[in-house]
Design a protein around this ligand. Structure first.
Ligand code: ISL
Ligand code: CA
Length: 578
């Protein structure tokens, strides 16, 4: 397997609006991030992924871009951004930027022109169609509720928007659009950035006939199953669309291949087989993708808001498929939460009694799989989901639109709020908890979204003062990945795939073996290493039952009987032998 820096790196994702506010307006900003670079260095991450900081009317917090080459006023200036890049590079860290080119903002000047007349020279930058029988051109639903089409008064035609109506989809069929995008990407790369995270990049090619979806396909959209709803997820006509690989290969040839950078594509609804087509090392497209299969294990047939409990065997099945299918072919990305997902400790761990051990256990999973680990801000201190009492306290457009749609459909509002507590994207967007002072040290003013009241217990200052904190455990995991190539490059074999309590797997590399055992329950669990796996003088590399207990375990590890172990609630152990 080819060795590269981005396989060996750990990435830290920053959602700038919620990271650190420097001027008291309640909104995180670039100078705020700059003031925390030493913190990131202390954690030990190698790459920062910065969510969009471009000029935007913020209908979807920066994922609606009105100028790709300007910084959002609320976040600072281009000089601030340059200082950020320099500050990262000086500390030996890299910067990847979010690239949002499936759509722009309707306030982008391309769209302002495009909507003016059917013969405007920018008309074909977007996807316009006349209505059909006095309705939308087809029955596609937006990811953010309602139709994916918006009628525009000036020309009486509709434009396509897979996300909000302020996020019109760009027309990738138009070569001029592609050239404009490549030019813009080159401009950022020439400024010295180290790569891109590409927003919903597998949606850029639509079936040009734009056929009706007809059947409800829940996908990851927000729509409930067919309860007589008007609009349907049309994924079969734009997920991994007809020309997507052609476009990415063109982008790679014209832009990406000219730089030593990393790329990660956000790809909704892809299987490992689809994934291999994006990241295959011989395909010259992307380095990694974010898939959604793990993010769907707690959704029923009705999609994201049709919530059900997850099963560990399904989590293992998803991870094992991706680990084995991409092995020696491409590269994985591993994440358990981000700015669109609930907090991982609340979702897959235990955010009450076992918050610390379960956050560390999940971190052990993330950092001991093959693939690049992505840490989302606050994860390293075990930040949790939030329950805000009123819908008025929520800010996320997906959440607000869903609430409205479901309420109008007659659903019980308390039940809607319960689902918001579990799945809303705002769970991940409450301000970073820096210390125990007012507003968690995030701002001197009023934050744009409420701080989680648990900041008095859960905050960076507390974590840095506690040698047994989640923070220091992440630091050790990151160091271990640097020291032990088996963690990065070893192959992967799952053990006991049907077991619903423990997740265990073996990594192998150049005669070494690594055993990872993770207890996903709040009960002690026995573990027996399978008879066909031989072992010899195991060394305990890391355990989340830290402190003295961890050290004792480490000392006795050579005599551990791996055929008969007992794991504490949410315990994680990693053994290495030759
Ligand atoms: O968040 C989701 C699941 O809850 C998805 O519907 C999400 O919109 C989808 O994963 C695409 O996400 C990306 O593009 C969106 C933006 O709102 C997200 O923040 C971004 O990560 C549109 O640009
Ligand atoms: Ca600010």
């Amino acid at each position: 397997m080819k060795k590269t820096w981005w396989k060996e790196s750990v990435v830290y994702q920053i959602y700038p609006r919620s990271f650190m506010d420097s001027n008291g307006d309640g909104i995180g900003d670039l100078p705020g991030i700059i003031s925390k670079l030493d913190y990131l260095k202390q954690l030990g991450v190698h790459v920062v992924w910065l969510c969009p900081v471009y000029q935007s009317p913020n209908d979807d917090n920066g994922y609606d871009i009105s100028d790709y080459q300007q910084i959002m006023d609320e976040f600072g200036t281009m000089e601030d951004w340059e200082q950020l890049l320099e500050g990262l590079h000086q500390r030996g860290m890299k910067l990847i930027m979010d690239l949002v080119v499936n759509h722009s903002s309707d306030e982008h000047h391309w769209f302002a022109e495009s909507r003016k007349s059917t013969d405007n020279q920018y008309r074909d930058y977007y996807i316009w169609r006349p209505g059909k029988d006095g309705r939308e051109p087809n029955d596609w639903a937006s990811f953010f509720s309602g139709s994916a089409w918006q009628k525009d008064e000036a020309t009486d035609e509709y434009y396509l928007h897979l996300f909000s109506s302020k996020q019109p989809d760009l027309n990738w069929e138009n070569e001029t659009v592609r050239e404009e995008i490549y030019r813009m990407m080159t401009w950022w790369l020439d400024k010295g950035i180290d790569g891109f995270r590409m927003d919903v990049i597998n949606l850029i090619s639509k079936n040009p006939e734009l056929p009706d979806a007809h059947t409800p396909d829940p996908g990851i959209g927000t729509m409930p199953p067919d309860e007589g709803q008007t609009y349907h997820f049309g994924g079969q006509h734009f997920v991994n669309g007809p020309r997507v690989h052609e476009y990415l290969q063109e982008m790679n040839r014209k832009v990406l291949s000219r730089y030593d950078i990393m790329t990660v594509g956000e790809t909704v609804n892809v299987t490992p087989e689809d994934g291999a087509l994006y990241v295959g090392e011989d395909r010259n497209e992307l380095n990694m993708v974010f898939h959604f299969e793990l993010m769907q294990v707690d959704s029923g047939p009705g999609g994201k808001w049709d919530i059900r409990p997850w099963r560990l065997s399904e989590i293992k099945q998803v991870i094992s498929k991706w680990q084995t299918l991409l092995h020696n072919k491409g590269w994985n990305s591993n994440y358990l939460n981000n700015h669109d997902q609930p907090r991982m400790v609340s979702r897959f761990g235990n955010d009450s009694v076992y918050r610390k051990p379960s956050a560390k256990m999940l971190a052990t999973l993330l950092h001991t799989l093959q693939g690049t680990p992505y840490i989302y801000q606050g994860e390293e201190i075990g930040m949790t989901n939030i329950r805000l009492s009123s819908i008025d306290d929520y800010r996320d457009i997906e959440t607000l639109n869903m609430y409205q749609e479901y309420k109008e459909a007659g659903r019980d509002t308390d039940a809607i709020m319960e689902s918001i507590y579990i799945k809303s994207r705002d769970n991940a967007r409450t301000p970073m908890q820096w210390d125990g002072t007012e507003q968690a040290g995030f701002t001197k003013g009023q934050p744009w979204i409420s701080v989680n009241p648990n900041y008095t217990d859960i905050n960076v200052q507390e974590a840095l003062a506690d040698p047994d904190s989640i923070f220091y455990y992440y630091q050790r995991l990151i160091e271990l990945r640097r020291q032990e190539p088996i963690i990065v490059y070893g192959d992967y074999t799952v053990l006991q795939p049907e077991d619903e309590q423990l997740f265990a797997y073996i990594r192998s590399y150049e005669g070494q073996k690594l055993l990872v055992v993770l207890n996903f329950t709040d009960q002690a669990q026995p573990f027996k290493l399978d008879a066909h796996v031989s072992y010899h003088e195991p060394q305990l590399l890391i355990s989340n039952y830290g402190g003295d207990h961890g050290r004792e375990l480490a000392e006795e590890a050579r005599s551990h009987n791996l055929r008969s172990l007992s794991l504490e609630p949410y315990e994680a152990r990693v053994y290495l032998w030759q």
